[in-house]
Design a binder for this molecule. Structure first.
Ligand code: NAD
Ligand code: IPM
Ligand code: MN
Length: 327
């Protein structure tokens, strides 16, 4: 790894398959020659079950003192009394952009999801007869996510602004702000209703390049996109703010396969590559990506992809590919 001070990475293994895929990502990072201090942080639903606390103030402080976070997955039960640790982290670290690249042989597009407001505003009122969630759209929030998306689109071909402004008045602000940013940056853009975008992702996904959208739409469309490229287990993400970042596969804790040793580690490994790029190691990131692509091209396939490889087999193949490269 090139010069500069040694970086520190908060390693959150989390729940379910989280620890399994993070272990793979760490093995691959080691084989790629990544050097950083690992700071393990035990937070999440398992911690809550053991101690009644999902994340303490000290854990958040520890995370804030690190350069970035490598995150597995955390269980978030549908219980109004439980606050998602992941959402707390996105909020506390102001990780406003959730960048989710989707790549397969024929496809290559990125969903840029606003990560701190929309229907995830936390402005909620839970009642017996009536409950409500405020969908918060701000000019500042829309502007900064639009800028992030334009930064990516500037190096690619075009931007699609995904919204539901025909029904949701709050999306007028999102749409008009994104349009103004794209016009100001001379980025070719179009806008599309979210239901149409969901349809087009299935029937003609190659028409997309960079999509920018609000929080919940981005959440749902990204699992759809994962299905289109083959599996949730393949997909990575970077949650970034101005100076902080958290890297995680887009999948959850997958309780149905946890402990079986069959989770696809590629989403976590690609997230680790995104982390190295963010840390300034673009060449290492590219090598990790190539090593993972090669494993897939040579037929390594976990059960989610229709094969019978174990997590450890896929990891070993990627490590082996890296060892054979000129690092
Ligand atoms: P999930 O993403 O965990 O799993 C959905 C399906 O995809 C399951 O069939 C699972 O087996 C499969 N899958 C997911 N990742 C895989 C992988 N790496 N390899 C092979 N198959 C994989 O969604 P869910 O089951 O609805 O949610 C489980 C828990 O995870 C919930 O508590 C949810 O809130 C939480 N969640 C957390 C995150 C996160 O921490 N980033 C993301 C999504 C969901
Ligand atoms: C994701 C997840 C999270 C979200 C949950 C677990 C809070 O689904 O990262 O996609 O809804 O953002
Ligand atoms: Mn999701």
């Amino acid at each position: 790894m090139s010069g500069g001070s040694v970086k520190s990475v908060a390693v959150v293994r989390g729940d379910g398959i989280g620890p399994e895929v993070v272990e793979s990502a760490l093995e691959v990072l080691e084989a790629a020659g990544a050097e950083f201090e690992q700071v393990p942080v035990d937070i999440g639903f398992d911690r809550w079950k053991r101690t009644g606390i999902a994340m303490a103030k000290e854990d958040l402080q520890t995370i804030k003192e690190c350069d970035c976070v490598l995150f597995g997955a955390i269980t978030t039960p549908p219980d109004p009394g439980y606050r998602s640790v992941l959402l707390q982290l996105r909020r506390e670290l102001d990780l406003y952009a959730n960048i989710r690249p989707f790549r397969s042989h024929d496809l290559d597009f990125i969903i840029v999801r606003e990560n701190t407001e929309g229907l995830y505003s936390g402005l909620e009122d839970v009642g017996v007869e009536e409950s409500r969630t405020v969908r918060l759209i701000t000019r500042r929030g829309s502007e900064r996510i639009a800028k992030k998306a334009c930064d990516l689109a500037a190096k690619r071909s075009k931007l699609t602004i995904v919204h539901k402004a025909n029904v949701l008045k709050s999306d007028h602000l999102f749409l008009s702000t994104c349009r103004a940013v794209a016009e100001g940056r001379c980025i070719p853009f179009e806008d599309m209703l979210v239901d149409t975008a969901a349809y087009n992702l299935i029937v003609n996904p190659s028409r997309f390049d960079v999509l920018v959208t609000t929080n919940l739409f981005g959440d749902i469309l990204s699992d759809e996109a994962a299905g289109i490229i083959g599996s949730l287990g393949l997909c990575a993400s970077a949650n970034v703010g101005e100076a902080r970042a958290l890297f995680e596969p887009i999948h959850g804790s997958a309780p149905d396969i946890a402990g079986k040793g069959i989770a696809n580690p590629i989403g976590a490994i690609r997230s680790a590559a995104m982390m190295m790029e963010w840390l300034g190691e673009a060449e290492m990131a590219r090598q990790i990506e190539t090593a993972a692509d090669l494993a897939l091209d040579r037929g390594m396939s976990t059960p989610d992809l229709g094969g019978s490889c174990k997590t450890k087999d896929m990891t070993a193949a990627i490590v082996e590919n890296l060892r054979k490269m000129e690092l």
